[in-house]
Design a protein around this ligand. Structure first.
Ligand SMILES: NC(=O)c1ccc[n+]([C@@H]2O[C@H](COP(=O)([O-])OP(=O)(O)OC[C@H]3O[C@@H](n4cnc5c(N)ncnc54)[C@H](O)[C@@H]3O)[C@@H](O)[C@H]2O)c1
Length: 250
């Protein structure tokens, strides 16, 4: 028996080659799940799902759009009949000083990170409620806890802190429906996040000041998402798990 046998998971922001979302999709399938991978670019998300295999479906979905999110969940239900797990992973950042954050910057980053998490959660909750079962994992960030420091502008930090608050509120409200909601807060991970252009070497160099002396891999975040998605964490809700190699111990 595998950890996610007979489960269906929806993962946002799952198309990018070295991304946390795709690593999570791969790991979930290895553990028995069918996965629906959502992202912006049609060719990229279809190719990513094809690479994962027949247990994966790729769909275009801009999480800023409530209509897109509802359509994606309808397609998921038509394909698989149920949604057991949602991983709110789509994200974007911009390096900005606080006085330089424009209205458009704010709308974009909070729209993807915070409103996107709300939109997709709102779209899955009714079907989870109907089955009285579900696990939602929200990908926050160490930036939420320590006010940035690596990639984050102030608007990104605020949005990621908002995600933790939203996740806790959903945990409180949805517990009676047997829907668990938890967050992960990754530190510095070796992805091409927001196409930052920062090299792996530069990231490892930053990490020399931290206890584990290295940046993390996408699969190391995926593993914690698997734990929170599976029955291994069946009595956990409203929690935030740090995945940061000790970079922020609190
Ligand atoms: N890489 C890190 O060091 C790090 C640290 C902390 C948190 N995170 C978080 O991890 C998550 C995954 O990031 P990653 O590092 O894998 O980078 P990534 O850029 O590879 O992944 C983000 C994905 O989100 C998608 N996306 C962006 N806007 C979207 C939208 N409107 N609708 C749907 N999808 C959209 C992108 O196309 C991309 O595939 C993000 O939420 C990010 O904030 C990353």
């Amino acid at each position: 028996m595998k950890l996610l046998d007979h489960r269906v998971a929806v993962i946002s922001g799952a198309a990018r080659e070295r991304g946390i979302g795709k690593a999570t999709a791969r790991l979930f399938v290895e553990h028995g799940a069918r996965v629906v991978m959502l992202d912006l670019d049609e060719a990229e998300v279809h190719a990513a799902a094809a690479e994962i295999g027949p247990q994966a479906l790729g769909l275009v979905c801009d999480v800023r759009s409530a209509a897109d999110c509802h359509a994606a969940i309808e397609r998921t239900l038509a394909w698989a009949g149920q949604v057991d797990v949602l991983v709110n992973n789509a994200g974007i950042t911009q390096k900005r000083g606080v006085v330089d954050v424009s209205d458009d910057d704010y709308e974009l980053v909070t729209g993807v990170v915070l409103k996107g998490t709300l939109n997709l959660s709102q779209a899955v909750i009714p079907s989870m409620r109907a089955r009285r079962a579900g696990a939602i994992v929200c990908v926050s960030s160490m930036s939420a806890q320590q006010g940035g420091g690596v990639f984050g502008g102030a608007h990104y930090c605020a949005a990621k802190a908002g995600v933790q608050g939203l996740a806790r509120a959903m945990a409180r409200e949805l517990g009676p429906d047997n829907i668990r909601v938890n967050s992960v807060a990754p530190g510095l991970i070796l992805t091409d996040f927001s196409r930052s252009g920062s090299t792996d070497e530069a990231k490892h160099a930053i990490a020399q000041a931290w206890p584990m002396r290295r940046a993390g891999s996408p699969s190391e975040v995926a593993g914690v998402c698997l734990f929170l998605a599976s029955g291994l964490s069946s009595f956990m809700t409203g929690a935030t798990l740090d995945v940061n190699g000790g970079a922020h111990i609190h």
